[in-house]
Design a protein around this ligand. Structure first.
Ligand code: CA
Length: 520
């Protein structure tokens, strides 16, 4: 990465464009090193042509082709979505699988955090009562009861951090037997197993819905629940249509009584010292800008490698932001099978988009473009850097649980809320979220650490952003510095020593299920 006088940054020596770092952008006529003269105003975060680029010639950023010039672009001119043609996505047929050989990095030992150890061996970063629901019809009642639990019961159980109603829009009016319905159904089953819920399961249903509450209890790892009350569906499922309930108050009392039994068990739990290998961190980005791939995402990638070296689990996701960089990822697959599964997930999503008569140009968003990202190729190249340099050890489908420690690709849409929901189902106990344009995103079940890609956002949103990676662009910190800071912040927040901004402010987004199956 070359810092050209602090006004522009060239990421790779082969690049013929650089990113404007200067706050307020560049003005026409300004002189930059190497005789470069700014030919027209270029906003901050946007690209300036370092050389003349002829019509149809490649535009190179990150050492990769992000598109072709639509017209002749002069040296010093503004390169943006209007003069960059989107290239074809890499073909899925000729990708190199598991070809990269890199020396195994030294294990990182001695790092720990204070977590809640669960009966199934997983570790929570919070102690939360999760109330699973089988259908949207019960959401209003669950919200009502959650408020009462917070007010009346939680003060009596000081070791329980929170209570969360897992409300969603699924459960009825859907083609429950369609093949793709497996995605939302396994997502709901697996979210209830998130480590922050302490292996406690409590399901509120209606009674007549298509998704019967008992379905959500199938496939639970039986060992965990053997010989415990939690093994008994009768004791952990409540249907509002049950004959024994005469009116709303009866239902509420029934749920409160069930919640109390769970709160008593959860309240007996204490944090204990756990190795950093118990971290399960989901990486995500949203509201990206051209700095994402220069500052925050490389720092996150550095932290990813630290967690993997410490024996922990990291997942990266967002298929539409990986698809155009897939040729950089398949060589990093730990073996050919993992590489093939990665390609299968890409192919499935290509097909899903084409069925909806959409294509990958639906991403990026208008805000991404305003932030300087010309197209999805540029966005993808900057996005996959979050995965660091570690081998990809496994690939899971949407809503599946993680199987292995190390770096996993968890296939999800790029939508912030859907990706977050699917990473919760995969079992994450903490999420890192990078943003350039800014989003107050948060999840109530696990801490979310928000990392800003530029210092203007970091300063303007001083109480919403947890860590400012914009210092990398201004030369005040290195990628390694911010990567280590993030790693330590993750351990502190996972231990409950520090609070994520979203938790401190109580700003939390809804669960949003990915339902590729028909609605009826
Ligand atoms: Ca996203």
């Amino acid at each position: 990465m070359t810092d050209l006088t602090g006004k522009i940054i060239q990421v790779h020596a082969d690049d013929n464009v650089a990113i404007v770092v200067e706050a307020g952008g560049l003005e026409k006529g300004q002189c930059l090193p190497d005789g470069l003269v700014v030919a027209e105003p270029v906003p901050q975060g946007h690209k300036i042509a370092l050389t003349a680029i002829g019509k149809d010639k490649p535009i190179i950023r990150y050492g990769e082709v992000i598109g072709a010039a639509v017209v002749n672009i002069g040296q010093g001119e503004h390169v943006n979505e209007s003069n960059v043609k989107l290239p074809q996505a890499p073909s899925l047929d000729e990708l190199a699988l598991a070809t990269r050989s890199v020396p195994e990095p030294a294990p990182l030992t001695g790092y720990t955090f204070e977590g809640f150890r669960n009966p199934d061996g997983s570790v929570g970063t919070k102690n939360v009562l999760g109330i699973t629901t089988s259908v949207q019809c019960v959401a209003g009642t669950v919200d009502y009861v959650v408020e009462r639990i917070k007010r009346e019961l939680l003060p009596l159980y000081p070791n329980v951090d929170d209570v969360v109603g897992l409300n969603h829009s699924y459960g009825c009016g859907v083609a429950i037997n369609a093949p793709a319905a497996i995605v939302p159904i396994r997502t709901l089953k697996n979210i209830a197993l998130n480590p922050n819920f302490g292996n406690e399961v409590m399901v509120i249903g209606l009674g007549c819905e298509k998704l019967q509450p008992s379905t959500l209890l199938d496939d639970r790892p039986v060992k965990i629940y053997e010989n415990t009350e939690a093994a008994d569906p009768e004791a952990n499922v409540l249907s509002l249509q049950d004959d024994s309930f005469h009116g709303f108050n009866d239902m509420v009392e029934g749920i409160l009584a069930m919640a109390e039994r769970h709160l008593e068990r959860l309240n007996r739990r204490r944090r204990e010292t756990c190795p950093a290998s118990e971290l399960v961190v989901g990486m995500q980005c949203g509201g990206s800008d051209a700095f994402s791939g220069v500052t925050a995402n490389p720092a996150v990638g550095f932290a990813t490698d630290l967690i993997v070296r410490a024996g922990g689990s990291v997942m990266f996701s967002e298929v539409t932001e990986v698809r155009d960089a897939i040729h950089l990822l398949t060589p990093r697959a730990a073996n050919e099978q993992v590489g093939k599964t990665l390609i299968e997930q890409m192919a499935w999503y290509d097909d899903y988009l084409s069925q909806g008569q959409a294509d990958r140009s639906a991403n990026p968003s208008p805000g991404n473009k305003k932030g300087g990202l010309s197209n999805v190729v540029e966005k993808a190249l900057g996005s996959v850097i979050k995965s660091g340099n570690s081998p990809i050890i496994d690939v899971i489908g949407p809503g599946e649980r993680l199987r292995r420690k190390g770096l996993t690709f968890a296939a999800t849409p790029a939508s912030d809320f859907i990706c977050g929901t699917l990473q919760l189902a995969a079992g994450m106990n903490l999420q890192v979220f990078t943003t350039g344009r800014g989003t107050p995103y948060g999840l109530s079940m696990v801490p979310v650490l928000k990392v800003s890609t530029n210092s203007q956002l970091g300063k303007r949103w001083h109480d919403i952003i947890d860590l400012d990676a914009g210092r990398i662009a201004t030369g005040d910190a290195s990628i390694e510095d911010v990567g280590w800071e993030l790693f330590h912040l993750i351990l502190d927040v996972a231990s409950g020593r520090k609070q994520a901004a979203a938790d401190r402010l109580g700003i939390h987004n809804d669960l949003v299920l990915f339902n590729p199956a028909p609605v009826t």
